[in-house]
Design a protein around this ligand. Structure first.
Ligand SMILES: Nc1ncnc2c1ncn2[C@@H]1O[C@H](COP(=O)(O)OP(=O)(O)OP(=O)(O)O)[C@@H](O)[C@H]1O
Ligand SMILES: [Mg+2]
Length: 269
């Protein structure tokens, strides 16, 4: 596997949309790609299937199969056993599920299991993308530990700098014990077309050094694609929204595949 990329942010910054559409873009380019939906609300999963079509999920692999009384059995599937195909060739998904909320209550030692399970799939996929919930709990720890890179979407919202402070503190903490984790540049999402980004760049340069050039502006086709259970590339082929994800994928692939990727965490400068 070339990279395991966690998409993380504390605000509603477009994480699930970016995880789903970037994963689709990687697969459409011919790379075997795995999307792991670690948010119990399963928003990234919704880009590929409605909830009633989810028969097995991340919870079955990391927590345990449900019993009839709504509890959990001790039995788990390997992560590879819960990968479902998607409408995009070469894109597999480990669907999210509300039951995965229980992960926050498991023994802290379980946070290493996602990494081990993803590593077991290393020969089957070129890239893995992981969507995360907007919190600093065990789920995010598990995702960061399992990852080689973290990509942080931001918006122009007033709480962006504070949220980034909290998140970068956690990324640095994980990085100290798992040095392979590198922070990619920030990706900007959900801004109106034509917005001036100078203030946002100034606000966020305190925490992370660089931003990708691509700005995912608000587009109707991006907003609408999830309800149709399609990534924007299939929902609106040739649209401006699809082109934005192609540009972002160019930048992310370039950053990930640079052998001498410069760490962008401030503390490492
Ligand atoms: N570029 C865009 N244009 C229009 N709508 C967008 C765009 N990006 C995301 N959205 C919409 O904005 C909302 C928030 O996006 P999304 O769910 O991807 O954010 P998130 O960071 O995953 O949120 P959360 O923190 O709640 O998990 C969704 O309804 C999504 O469809
Ligand atoms: Mg989300």
């Amino acid at each position: 596997m070339k990279a395991v990329i966690t998409i993380a942010s504390l605000s509603r910054a477009g994480k699930s949309t970016i995880a789903a559409c970037l994963a689709a873009e990687f697969a459409l380019r011919g790379h075997n790609t795995l999307l792991v939906d670690c948010d119990p609300r399963a928003d990234a999963t919704a880009h590929f299937m409605p909830p009633e079509k989810i028969h097995s999920s991340l919870a079955d692999a990391l927590i345990g199969l449900p019993d009839r009384a709504g509890g959990i059995t001790g039995e788990t599937f390997p992560l590879g056993g819960v990968v479902s195909p998607t409408v995009v060739e070469r894109l597999g998904i480990v669907p999210g599920h509300i039951r995965f909320a229980r992960f926050e209550r498991v023994a802290p030692t379980a946070i290493l299991r996602l990494k081990a399970e993803v590593e077991d799939l290393a020969d089957s996929f070129d890239y893995a993308l992981i969507d995360t919930p907007p919190s600093l709990g065990l789920i995010l720890s598990a995702c960061l530990i399992a990852s080689s890179h973290v990509l942080v979407p931001v918006t122009g919202s007033h709480d962006t700098p504070v949220g980034l402070d909290c998140l970068t503190e956690m990324i640095e903490e994980v990085h100290r014990s798992h040095p392979r984790l590198e922070a990619l540049a920030l990706a900007v999402d959900l801004v109106e077309p034509g917005t001036h980004l100078r203030t946002l760049r100034r606000q966020t340069e305190r925490q992370l050094r660089a931003m990708f050039k691509t700005v995912i502006t608000r587009r109707d086709e991006i907003a609408a694609c999830r309800a149709s259970h399609l990534p924007v590339q299939l929902y609106a082929p040739g649209s401006a929204g699809a082109a934005l994800f192609a540009r972002l994928a160019d930048e992310v692939m370039c950053a990930v595949n640079q052998s001498s990727l410069v760490p962008v965490l401030r503390s490492e400068l």
